[in-house]
Design a protein around this ligand. Structure first.
Ligand code: AMP
Ligand code: MN
Ligand code: MN
Length: 347
């Protein structure tokens, strides 16, 4: 088994990493227990890349297969119709000692919560990811910071396993790709991204229907909640060395008053980051007592990944997050100070 764990942590992904991943899957998946894990509070890339890959393994004849994520077993409404959701099991039902563990879209093992311990017990571990900050916490690491989504890495690994795309696999990978490119709007929307989208759509997908269901549908109560949260947004034009910062917050009480579930908070960063007068957008989402999931976005003036890392989190240069503590005003004070220190070169 030693030859199955040859990947150099933190290094560039090489042909031998891909071969090691294929060898580990071919050796362990046919008879072993295969556990797929994506990051806590899963988004479209985490769930889409994991479920698309799970369906591919099922096509290969793999039967002892679990897909999961840490924490409360609540699949966000936009993803409940994703193909393969039937493969999801709650954390409490996850095998204690799987043979093969494969992780998706997690930049560090801390993003796997209490499930991180399963990696040490497995005979082989494969990490699929695209965060530049990923130091390679698996035995085999397929980490491509150039990839627009983890589903780009998943598609490549499926191809190397000779699994053809079918409409169900394609839908999962498409939702993942559309999520992380902001529906093909962000800078990382390269020719390679559109080529992959073309391959996926060619299986018979209906992009209009998928994006309406995934991104453009929310309960009336969520719309009223958005109105309230946006109405309390504050603009600080002088922050970030004059590039501007806009911030707001949403509490558990706000959710309860509008009868909404926690997942609806995740889409709220998008209207906040449209503000013309601010480069940096901050959304502070209450997850527990004085505890907040903080979303950070920049339009190019600030490296918000560096800000998030300094505060114990992570992410990408222009989209990152961390766990904050205190009042919303205290949380934003910490961010306000750090954005000044992580300005990107302009030009
Ligand atoms: P979000 O604001 O939740 O949409 O997350 C934006 C980016 O930041 C994603 O790439 C996440 O993986 C990353 N991220 C968010 N929260 C954390 C955290 N607590 N620790 C590490 N990375 C995070
Ligand atoms: Mn993600
Ligand atoms: Mn991602």
């Amino acid at each position: 088994m030693t030859e199955l764990a040859t990947s150099r942590p933190g290094g560039e992904t090489t042909d031998s990493d891909w071969s090691a991943a294929v060898a580990a899957i071919r050796e362990l998946a046919p008879t072993g227990r295969v556990l797929l894990i994506c990051h806590v509070n899963p988004d479209g890339d985490a769930l889409g890349s994991m479920l698309g890959f799970a369906l591919g393994l099922r096509r290969l004849g793999v039967t002892r297969l679990q897909a999961t994520f840490p924490g409360a077993f609540e699949v966000p409404e936009p993803f409940v119709e994703l193909p393969g959701v039937d493969l999801l099991v709650p954390e409490s039902e996850v095998w204690p000692d799987p043979d093969l563990v494969i992780t998706f879209d997690a930049a560090a093992s801390s993003r796997l919560g209490d499930l991180a311990g399963r990696l040490a017990r497995a005979r082989a571990t494969v990490v699929l990811d695209h965060h530049a900050s990923n130091a390679g916490f698996g035995g085999i690491n397929l980490v491509d910071p150039q990839a627009a989504a983890t589903s780009v890495v998943a598609e490549e690994l499926l191809a190397r396993l000779d699994v053809p795309l079918d409409p169900q696999i394609a839908e999962c990978l498409y939702v993942a790709l559309a999520t992380d490119t902001g529906s093909f709007k962000f800078d990382m929307t390269t020719p390679r991204v559109h080529e992959m989208a073309a391959r996926l759509i060619a299986t018979g997908l209906r992009p209009g229907e998928i994006s309406r269901r995934t991104f453009d549908t929310r309960p009336f109560g969520a719309v009223k909640l958005f109105a309230e949260v946006l109405a309390r947004a504050e603009l600080e034009p002088a922050a970030a060395a004059g590039h501007g910062l806009v911030w707001t917050y949403v509490t558990q009480d706000d959710l309860a008053r509008h009868g909404q579930r926690a997942y609806v908070m995740d889409a709220l960063i998008d209207p906040v980051r449209t503000v013309a007068e601010a480069d940096v957008a901050v959304l502070i989402k209450e997850t527990g007592d004085r505890t907040w999931a903080v979303s950070l976005r920049s339009k190019g003036a600030v490296d918000v990944s560096a800000v998030a890392v300094a505060l114990g989190g992570g992410g990408h240069r222009l989209a990152a997050g961390y766990t904050g503590h205190g009042t919303p005003a205290e949380v934003v004070a910490g961010v306000r100070e750090l954005v000044e220190q992580h300005l990107l070169p302009q030009g």
